[in-house]
Structure formats: structure tokens, C-alpha cells
Design a protein around this ligand. Structure first.
Ligand SMILES: *[C@@H]1O[C@H](CO)[C@@H](O)[C@H](O)[C@H]1NC(C)=O
Ligand SMILES: *[C@@H]1O[C@H](CO)[C@@H](O)[C@H](O)[C@H]1NC(C)=O
Ligand SMILES: *[C@@H]1O[C@H](CO)[C@@H](O)[C@H](O)[C@H]1NC(C)=O
Ligand SMILES: *[C@@H]1O[C@H](CO)[C@@H](O)[C@H](O)[C@H]1NC(C)=O
Ligand SMILES: *[C@@H]1O[C@H](CO)[C@@H](O)[C@H](O)[C@H]1NC(C)=O
Length: 766
């Protein structure tokens, strides 16, 4: 209910805004802007930056108050301004840019065993090293009382920690401990947009009223909790990836959404507080890096040695649907586990189909009841989707209803059926979701079915005058193969901003993940769901991101001197993209083999990542060179990086030479190249490897699925005699032209017989 009210408020705001713009230029309409200041060029007449920022703001507006000032990841402040005020502020000296705040959204246990964290204990960093690592999670806050934040056995808070435990509604300084070492909340941008927080519906404090933040932060760092389950499903021991690491919660997302001015404020504080890893399961629209406030914040976090791990987005299976793609961010897509929660649909014709469910209430009796398709028992054209108010109770009562996936929340459909008197729901996938099954803690007996089974059930329904069915739950099944498969919702490449950088970087578990939950709402997040659970099972790249954040914390503990780029490289070059039988990881959306545009370097393999042999490292200068290769102007570079840097005019900067652990190679088609059909083009990429193992000689090998591109690596062998020694190689791609839109893939591997340093190569003819 409260979510809908907030939605109405935001619609109302949009309406007011549109109305105001339409009705003559109404200069009273204010929006939030993030103002980036050129701090190194502060006029000498000011004593400090704050005074300068304040004076700049006062010169354009008497009334505007600063929401935040920013000192670490960007320099500047945020405030509410009219369009006219923005125009005059932009003309002030020392203003780098006045960027409108973007709106962001959340990208909504068996994982450790699946990832091999149960074994190979000897390889893992000692727990006292891990306990020095701090993971900052930007999300909806935390529910501090849960067992996953139990701090028994942990030593004192790391000395590097400078953060705090902010007090607020139902959150005291004693809500933090040696596990949850800090918690803050950032609501000024949200309140500027929506008005004061209604404390009867959400806590103006780090307390999590949603569940998402509790789930992500415990996935990354949760302590070991035995006997965890959701209504008996997925029962076992729940634990985060880095059980000894510390966690700090930065609440930036509220029931009405997440706002850029709050997110940057949280990143700014997290850097100052001393986090080592930032986990952000949130995303917004894509723009150039110098206009993307989160990318800018992440650059400066990276520059201070912090690995920033973000969700790739839930825009799949459509290509180019990624978010959080700056090369200094680790972009994480989602795959499945080898765990399933089967539910069986039995039809009146005796046929039996398997789907998934997390329903835990009173089961159906087992006898057959009438079956209807929502589209046939509704008076709207989108009745098949079981939207609120669309089902006709007289035609639904006492029956099982088939609803198609899409349009509204899956659990909402269940409530709509239940509300209309239905006794069960079969949730069927359409084209967009294929065979991807996402289990939900529905409030009525239900089974989510893949498209193939769903179509057969619908055929039965239309051919039988009196169709009937029943639904039964089957508990938890382990060892499901093949696994992982790429989740249909996981956002896909190619990279829409910089096609020369392959994204996502890798995939991690993100389907049906068990982790801790808030006490404020039930497992479905619906207000009518009054059930209270300690753990919940949810899905999304929001869930895969904190897996990688926690694993990055383990790598940081094992190798404190590694840069964020080195840690990312280790995670990527050791990821796997095939099953033990040699087959490529499947894509659930197509049922066929997936590609590096779906999984990046592959599925994370933490044990191998601890000892990668070689890494593709990158310094701040490398990233600056990358921006030069994008032809950024000096002021755009300043905006993106907070640094004065001028590209050397005599130097040739190349995107292809940026030292990334994967390769994306845009190639010319016949029509775009001058020579016409049959022409070949040659692209050369140079890379530098850093030895993080002992002395060894590595030899290159390549495999390609296309005869259209020849790959030549020089030299073919690299000998390292010392740790941290660097060696470069060049790979030449000679390609014949292919029709526009053609893609193909290859792999380039360096091996010393012990380590395999593997990079995917994605060719695309544009
Ligand atoms: C406040 O926190 C307690 C747990 O300490 C919880 O039981 C209670 O529901 C919370 N109240 C609100 C309004 O969130
Ligand atoms: C349907 O199939 C599943 C497994 O394939 C089985 O466990 C279940 O008992 C079957 N149900 C019926 C009614 O045949
Ligand atoms: C059907 O349509 C009528 C108006 O045509 C509307 O009042 C009603 O709410 C709709 N839904 C149902 C379930 O009858
Ligand atoms: C219900 O819908 C299906 C699919 O649209 C159709 O084939 C079938 O004939 C309909 N049944 C009734 C009773 O309208
Ligand atoms: C940058 O400019 C050079 C020279 O004009 C051009 O060849 C190159 O394609 C540009 N790069 C990008 C990424 O736009």
C-alpha cells in the first residue's frame, strides 16, 4: 500500500512538472542538481571551499539550501535549483558542471558450497586478515538484530575505520557491533524530491524497512548462521562470502526510490570512513562517464584503492541493456545455482509438469479443481497478466488461474488471483523469459512454469471443455544440472557506451538466493504479507553483485597490496565459461550456449582467483589514458576524475590498448570499410601482464569460433623471474568483413601449466 502511495506522489510530481512547463516557463519548478566544482581553482578571496561553494550558490539563489557538500569522491555540492538558476550558476567561475540528479533503482544457501568455498580452506586468507577488510554496502539499510550480524569471535573494529553508527528512528548506537561496524543514512535528496519522510511508514535511520539491503549486506559478509531457511526451503547453514569481514551500511534507497545526490553523499562518506570494497546493487540510466555521477564517484573511490562492485542490471535478455559499465567498476551479471524448488502441476488429462515455488501455506487437497486462463476471465485486454482489479471474481472463485509473467510483480499476481477468490496460480513465462524460473514466497499455492510447459498447459485448456488441475510443492532439490546458466533477466552486452570494453565483467549467483531479511515486511515485500521471516529467497543482479563484493574482500585480505584493477583481473581471468563436460554455459533465455556478451569473462571461481598467476593491472594514469582515447577534453577529464590532466597531443591513445582483462573488438563491415566486400581489416591491441605468482614461463594459446578473424600474439611466450615483474604482448586481429550485426567469440589464454590466465574476446562487425 505505502509503495503505491509513494508511486502516486511521484506521478503527481511528474504531472506537476509537465503541467508547469506546459503552462509557460514556470521558473518556480526546482530540481536537484549536483554541482561539480573545480576545487584547485578556488578564487584566492575565499578562506575555505565551503565558503566558496556557499557564495557561488548565494549568487544565483537567495533561497536555495545546500543538501550536501562533497569532499572526497567529487568536489562540490547538491541543491535544488530552477532552470534559470542553473543557467546563471553555470556561468560562474570554477563551476565544472551542474548535473541534474539521476534517479536509481534497486536491481532486486547454498552459494558458498556452489562456489567451492566449503573446501580448499588452506588457500583462504587467515580470518584475522579478512577481519581487517571493510565492505560498504549502499542499499536500503540493515535490520541490525539478525543473527547474520552476530559479532562473536571477531576482534576489535579495524583501526582504519573512521565511520560511525548514526542514530535515528528505531536505530541506536548500540545497533552496531564488531560485525556491523557502521551505519549511516542519506535522505536529503529523497526528501527534497518527495517531502519529509513519513516516519509512520519508513524509518529515517539506517534501519531497513525493505529487506533488500539486509539481504545484500549479509550475502557479502554475513556471519555463519546454522539452521537457516525460508519456511524450510533452502535449509542449511547461511553465510556470507567473507564471514569475517566487517560491514558498514549506507542507506540511500527509500521506499520511493534512490537519488543521485544521496548516493554520491554516501560514496563520499564511505571513502572517508575507510571502506575497502563498495557494493552497489543499484543502477540508473547510462550516460557518458563525465556526466554519470555514480561513475565519477566510483572513479575516485577506485583511485583511493577501493574496489567498486555493481550489479549489471535486470534488463536482460535484451542486448545492450547494461548499467554501471565504467571500466573502473566491476560489473556483475547473474547466473543460477544448482538448487531448485520444484512445484508440480498435474492436469486433468493426467499430464504432470514441473515448475518452481516457495509457497509454504496450506497445500491444495490434491484433487483436481477447474482451471482457467486469466485472459479469459478478465475484462481488460491485458487480463492475461493478472493486473490489480482485472479478474472477474465470479469466473475465478474456487479455480486455479493461469497468469502470464510480466507487467507487474510476480507476487502481486498471486495476490490478485487470491483476492478474486482463486485457489491457486500457474505463472507462465512468455517469450521474454523463456525457461527461466524464479521462485517466490507466494501467498497461495502456485507454480512458476517455463514457456514450453506453459504453452502445453494453455493448449490443454483450449482443447478441453472442462480443464482441471492441481498444484503440489516439492521442497528443495540440490545438484541440479546444468548449472550455472545465465539468468534471463541478467543485463547483456555489448557495451553501449564504449564498445571496446567488454561488459558485464563476470557473472555470480543471482537466482533464488537465500540471505537474511528485515523484520519490517514479509518475504514478498507486500504489505498484505504479514509473515515474518529471518531469511528470504530472492533473485536479481542485486544478489550477484554482493557475492563478488564479498569475494573481493577475501582477495583484498589475501593480497592487501593489490589494486582494485588487480583484484578484478584475478576474478575475471580465473572465471569459467564451460561446464566440466566442456559445453559452454547455457543461457536460460534461449536454451542455447551463452556468449561473453552474457557472462563477460565467465562465472566467478573464487578459489582460483586467490592465485591467478598473472594480472592485468591498471593505474590511475591508465584510466586517464583511456579517457584520452575517448577524446575527452581537459574539462571533461577533470569532471570524470577530479584531476587536472591534459592528454599529450603527440601521444596516440588507443581504447584497444587499455589494459583490460577481456577483449572487445569492433570490426568494420564491407559497407563501412572503403575497400568493399572481401576487404580485411587489422586491429592491434597491446596488453601488459603483472606476475603475482612465483617465477614462471607462460605460453599463449587461442581458440576461436570464427575463421573470419586471425589472431596473432607476439611474443608467444613470456618469462617472469620476479614477483610483480611486468611483460607486454601484442595481439593482432586480422578480420575479413562480415555483415553488420555479426558477432563472434574467441579466447586468449596464458598458461604456465599451473595457472590459466584466460580472457574472452568478443568480435562485433558494426
Ligand atoms: C524497531 O526495532 C525492533 C527490533 O529491535 C522491531 O521489533 C520493531 O518492529 C521496530 N519498529 C519499527 C517501527 O520498525
Ligand atoms: C509429478 O512429477 C513429480 C516428479 O517428476 C512427482 O514427484 C510427482 O509425484 C508427480 N505428481 C503426480 C500427481 O503424478
Ligand atoms: C470490469 O469492467 C468494469 C467497467 O466496465 C469495471 O467497473 C470493473 O471494475 C472491471 N473489472 C472487473 C473485475 O469486473
Ligand atoms: C481461453 O483462452 C485461450 C487462449 O487465448 C483460448 O484458446 C481459449 O479458447 C479460451 N477459452 C475460453 C473458454 O474462452
Ligand atoms: C578520437 O579522435 C580520433 C581522431 O579524430 C578518431 O580517429 C577516433 O576515432 C576518436 N575516438 C573516439 C572514441 O571517438
Amino acid at each position: 500500500m505505502m509503495k503505491f502511495r509513494l508511486l502516486q506522489i511521484s506521478l503527481l510530481l511528474v504531472f506537476c512538472y509537465v503541467y508547469a512547463v506546459a503552462g509557460e516557463k514556470n521558473q518556480q519548478v526546482k530540481k536537484t542538481y549536483v554541482i561539480h566544482m573545480d576545487r584547485s581553482n578556488m578564487p584566492a578571496s575565499f578562506d575555505d571551499h565551503f565558503q566558496w561553494y556557499d557564495s557561488s550558490l548565494k549568487s544565483v539563489s537567495d533561497s536555495a539550501a545546500m543538501l550536501y557538500t562533497y569532499n572526497n569522491v567529487i568536489h562540490g555540492f547538491s541543491t535544488r535549483l530552477t532552470v534559470e538558476e542553473v543557467e546563471s550558476l553555470e556561468k560562474q567561475p570554477g563551476i565544472l558542471a551542474v548535473l541534474p540528479e539521476a534517479r536509481y533503482e534497486l536491481h532486486t544457501t547454498r552459494t558458498p558450497e556452489f562456489l567451492g568455498l566449503g573446501k580448499s580452506v588452506a588457500l583462504f586468507p587467515a580470518s584475522d586478515a579478512v577481519s581487517e577488510v571493510i565492505v560498504g554496502v549502499l542499499d536500503t539499510g540493515v535490520w541490525p538484530e539478525i543473527k547474520s550480524f552476530d559479532d562473536s569471535g571477531l576482534g576489535p573494529v579495524p583501526k582504519a575505520w573512521k565511520g560511525t553508527c548514526e542514530v535515528g528512528k528505531n536505530f541506536s548506537s548500540s545497533s552496531c557491533n564488531k560485525k556491523l561496524i557502521g551505519a549511516r543514512f542519506f535522505s536529503k535528496g529523497y526528501e527534497a524530491a518527495f517531502g519529509p519522510i513519513d516516519e509512520t511508514v519508513e524509518s529515517k535511520s539506517p534501519r531497513d524497512d525493505d529487506g533488500h539491503g539486509t539481504h545484500t549486506s549479509t550475502t557479502a559478509t554475513g556471519s555463519v548462521v546454522s539452521g537457516a531457511s525460508l519456511f524450510g526451503y533452502a535449509s542449511g547453514t547461511a553465510r556470507g562470502m567473507a564471514t569475517q569481514a566487517r560491514v558498514a551500511a549506507y542507506k540511500v534507497c527509500w521506499l520511493g526510490g534512490c537519488f543521485g545526490s544521496d548516493i554520491v553523499a554516501a560514496m563520499d562518506k564511505a571513502v572517508e570512513d575507510g571502506v575497502n570494497v563498495l557494493s552497489m546493487s543499484i543502477g540508473g540510466g547510462l550516460t557518458d562517464y563525465y556526466r554519470d555521477t555514480v561513475a565519477i564517484g566510483a572513479f575516485n573511490a577506485m583511485a583511493q584503492g577501493i574496489l567498486v562492485s555493481c550489479s549489471a542490471g535486470n534488463g536482460g535478455p535484451y542486448s545492450g541493456s547494461l548499467s554501471n559499465i565504467a571500466p573502473w567498476i566491476t560489473t556483475v551479471g547473474a547466473g543460477t545455482l544448482d538448487r531448485d524448488f520444484p512445484a508440480y502441476v498435474n492436469l486433468g488429462n493426467g499430464k504432470n509438469f514441473t515448475g518452481v515455488s516457495l509457497y509454504s501455506g496450506k497445500p491444495l487437497s490434491g484433487s483436481l479443481v477447474p482451471l482457467v486462463y486469466a485472459a479469459n476471465v478478465s475484462n481488460t485486454t491485458t487480463g492475461n497478466l493478472c493486473m490489480t482489479g482485472s479478474l472477474i471474481p465470479a469466473k475465478v472463485a474456487g479455480k486455479i488461474v493461469i497468469c502470464d509473467r510480466g507487467g507487474n510483480a510476480r507476487v502481486q499476481k498471486g495476490l490478485v488471483v487470491k483476492g478474486a477468490g482463486g485457489v491457486g496460480m500457474i505463472l507462465t513465462n512468455t517469450d521474454d523469459y523463456g525457461e527461466e524460473l524464479v521462485a517466490d514466497a507466494q501467498l497461495l499455492p502456485s507454480a512458476a512454469m517455463g514457456q514450453i510447459a506453459g504453452d502445453v498447459i494453455k493448449q490443454y485448456l483450449s482443447s478441453d471443455p472442462h480443464p482441471t488441475a492441481t498444484i503440489a510443492s516439492g521442497g528443495t532439490h540440490l545438484g541440479i544440472q546444468p548449472s550455472p546458466v545465465v539468468a534471463a533477466f541478467s543485463s547483456r552486452g555489448p557495451n553501449p557506451i564504449t564498445p571496446e570494453i567488454l561488459k558485464p565483467d563476470l557473472i555470480a549467483p543471482g537466482v533464488n538466493i537465500l540471505a537474511a531479511w528485515t523484520g519490517a515486511v514479509g518475504p514478498t515485500g507486500m504489505q498484505s504479507d504479514t509473515r515474518q521471516v529471518d531469511f528470504n529467497i530472492i533473485s536479481g543482479t542485486s544478489m550477484s553483485c554482493p557475492h563478488v563484493s564479498g569475494l573481493a574482500a577475501l582477495l583484498k585480505a589475501a593480497h592487501p597490496e593489490w589494486s582494485p584493477a588487480a583484484i578484478k583481473s584475478a576474478l575475471m581471468t580465473t572465471a569459467y565459461s564451460t561446464y566440466p563436460n566442456g559445453g559452454t554455459i547455457l543461457d536460460v533465455a534461449t536454451g542455447h550456449a551463452s556468449t561473453p556478451f552474457d557472462y563477460g569473462a565467465g562465472h566467478v571461481n573464487p578459489v582460483a582467483a586467490l592465485d591467478p598467476g598473472l594480472v592485468y593491472d591498471a593505474t590511475i594514469e591508465d584510466y586517464l589514458g583511456f579517457l584520452c582515447a575517448l577524446n575527452y577534453s581537459t574539462s571533461q577529464i577533470k569532471l570524470a576524475t577530479n584531476r587536472d590532466f591534459t592528454c599529450v597531443s603527440s601521444k596516440v591513445y588507443s581504447l584497444g590498448n587499455f589494459n583490460y582483462p577481456s577483449f572487445a573488438v569492433p570490426l568494420e563491415t564491407a559497407s563501412s570499410s572503403k575497400g568493399g566486400a572481401g576487404v580485411t581489416s587489422t586491429v592491434k591491441y597491446t596488453r601488459t601482464l603483472t606476475n603475482v605468482g612465483t617465477s614462471a614461463t607462460y605460453k599463449v594459446s587461442m581458440s576461436s569460433e570464427t575463421p573470419s578473424v586471425k589472431m596473432l600474439v607476439e611474443p608467444e611466450s613470456l618469462s617472469f623471474s620476479e614477483q610483480y615483474e611486468k611483460k607486454s604482448y601484442t595481439v593482432t586481429f586480422t578480420a575479413s568483413s562480415e555483415p553488420s550485426g555479426t558477432t563472434s567469440f574467441a579466447r586468449l589464454q596464458w598458461s604456465d601449466g599451473k595457472h590459466v590466465v584466460s580472457s574472452p574476446v568478443a568480435f562485433s562487425w558494426t
